[in-house]
Write a protein that binds this ligand. Sequence first.
Ligand SMILES: Cc1ncc(C[n+]2csc(CCOP(=O)(O)OP(=O)(O)O)c2C)c(N)n1
Length: 320
Amino acid sequence: MSLTIDTHTLEGWHSTMCLIRAFEEEAIDSFRKGRFTGSTHPCIGQEAIAVGAAAALQPTDQVFATYRGHGHAIAKGADPKRLMAELLCKVTGCSGGRGGSMHLCDIERDFWGTNAIVAAHIPIAGGMAMANKLRKNNKVTVVYFGDGASCEGAFFETLNMAALWKVPLVLVCENNGYAISVPTHKAIPNADVVQRAQGFALAGVCVDGNDPVAVNQGVAEAVHRARQGDGPTLVECKTTRWERHSAISAGKYDDEEEAMKWKTVDPIPRFETVLREQGISQETLDQHRDEAKRVIADAIAFAESSAAPSPESVADFVFA
Ligand SMILES: Cc1ncc(C[n+]2csc(CCOP(=O)(O)OP(=O)(O)O)c2C)c(N)n1
């Protein structure tokens, strides 16, 4: 396969995918070692979506994600040290230690946050896109959510108003086949979420969510459409979730074969095959993996050595 994307860019995508994988592996390990409480929802196996989509954006485009959003924060340029410190609820965290794994934000990078409430961020993103339209600021808003979220009323209401008002919004459904322990075929009569776009007369495209190049193409066209003033697009990325819904035991697969499925579609080795065909050496790819592990080792050391917020600061950032 011959790609039109330059080698340097492809290498950068691979590095970021490795960084996200290393971050998530450390997050799971740290959670199991008791370094933080609550939970953590790994995006392992979904790195191609985060990286391919983010590469289609300008730095000032705005991103909203779910609790499975560590990878989206990293792909938007957030500092892994500050993200890891946030998981550990330290004062140096990107949300000052107030948010934890499910409430990350980095406003300087226009990463407007992850949200623990399924679908709640979709209308917020729609409102942001509406503001962009009114301000004529040429910015596009991207919102990521799962197949389960696409069954919520907030999703349909946002599709309706966003299509009606032609706001610059890109809705990216990460269809990983499960909502906790419920497979899509038990929850959605038509498991092709993209087809819902037709009912609202908006553009829709379905891409291979395990291929960063396919994701990038689909999202780039959607971003272009939004910036041109032609309204929102629903981009469905078909992908596969990792073994569990979260680092605690919820959402285990019933059968072992299903649990192993993600490994056969793991986007990182698959992308490496493409990169080798483009002339990128195995040595370079190995360096990316090693460098990712080093960056994440620094991040967890930074997080562990940071202080917790002081008891006196408990009322800080409280507005009401
Ligand atoms: C409004 C609401 N309902 C239920 C939950 C509990 N819950 C957390 S994640 C989740 C599954 C969502 O699945 P999906 O949207 O497919 O995203 P995924 O976790 O697969 O990325 C549910 C039901 C919640 N957090 N918020």
